[in-house]
Design a protein around this ligand. Structure first.
Ligand SMILES: Nc1nc2c(c(=O)[nH]1)N[C@H]1C(S)=C(S)[C@@H](COP(=O)(O)O)O[C@H]1N2
Ligand SMILES: [Mo]
Length: 238
């Protein structure tokens, strides 16, 4: 199993308990704001803005998911300003709007979501456009062999081999749990790589670039496995 290095703040190491205490102190300042009325997920998102280390991922969330971001605040995007750019080693570079993506054939995948930190959300439905269809539209050209994903948070990146990217359980996802993907979960569009650990499923997806070899993503440069297969995943079919 891929071992997740603890996010580092750059200074002296801070223990989990101390960090949660610090978060508590930061959260106290936020409690006066209407976050509590907006629900726990919004509260976690707000708390992450006082916790640039990403350790808010350690806070439990009753929905089973935990909020992760490697940056403090992420711009909100919607129909009016969302764009997905497809480029690199392709015949026809293209930019999709949200309306363009919504007009394409949909695929629904139901699979357990598993984070390397040890939490799991069983049988979670995602639906969206197969990444394979987007790659077919663009026409991968030689020597294209891998994909690099970029995000409009300005920091996170991910990677897949072309063979992995063409699986039918790899989606450019528009819905999660049968609802449009919320901002906190990486909406309006995130990647969903069902057979791999959830770190492969880049949130706030904004770029798909075909490369000649795998370029390790954000966490992969920091020690995660580039191949994020879940235990028991069928690596060859789908
Ligand atoms: N852009 C972006 N995508 C990301 C991450 C992130 O920090 N930034 N974290 C990854 C990790 S480690 C996990 S477990 C999931 C968490 O998704 P969630 O916040 O919807 O629970 O997103 C993945 N994709
Ligand atoms: Mo994760």
């Amino acid at each position: 199993m891929a071992e997740k290095p603890k996010p580092r703040s750059g200074g002296a190491p801070v223990g989990r308990r101390a960090m949660l205490g610090m978060l508590g102190a930061g959260a106290a300042g936020l409690a006066a704001a209407p976050y509590l009325q907006r629900g726990w997920e919004n509260f976690l998102a707000a708390a992450s803005e006082v916790d640039a280390t990403g350790l808010t991922g350690l806070l439990p969330n009753p929905g089973g998911f935990r909020y992760y971001s490697v940056v403090g605040s992420v711009p909100h995007k919607n129909e009016s300003n969302y764009e997905l750019t497809v480029g690199g080693l392709v015949q026809k570079p293209k930019t999709y709007t949200l309306a363009d993506l919504r007009a394409m054939p949909r695929t629904r995948v139901v699979h357990d979501v598993v984070c390397t930190d040890g939490w799991r959300v069983e049988k979670t439905p995602f639906d969206g456009v197969k990444l394979a269809d987007i790659l077919d539209d663009a026409g991968v050209r030689s020597p294209g062999a891998a994909i690099r994903f970029t995000c409009f948070d300005g920091a996170y990146t991910e990677s897949l081999t072309l063979e992995q990217a063409r699986r039918s359980d790899v989606l450019v996802a528009l819905n999660m749990q049968d609802k449009p993907i919320s901002h906190d979960h990486g909406g309006p569009v995130r990647l969903y790589v069902a057979p791999m650990y959830f770190y492969k499923s880049a949130k706030w997806l904004s770029g798909i670039s075909v490369t000649d070899k795998v370029v390790p993503g954000y966490w992969e440069e920091r020690g995660y496995a580039v191949d994020g297969w879940l235990d028991g995943a069928d690596r060859h079919s789908a």
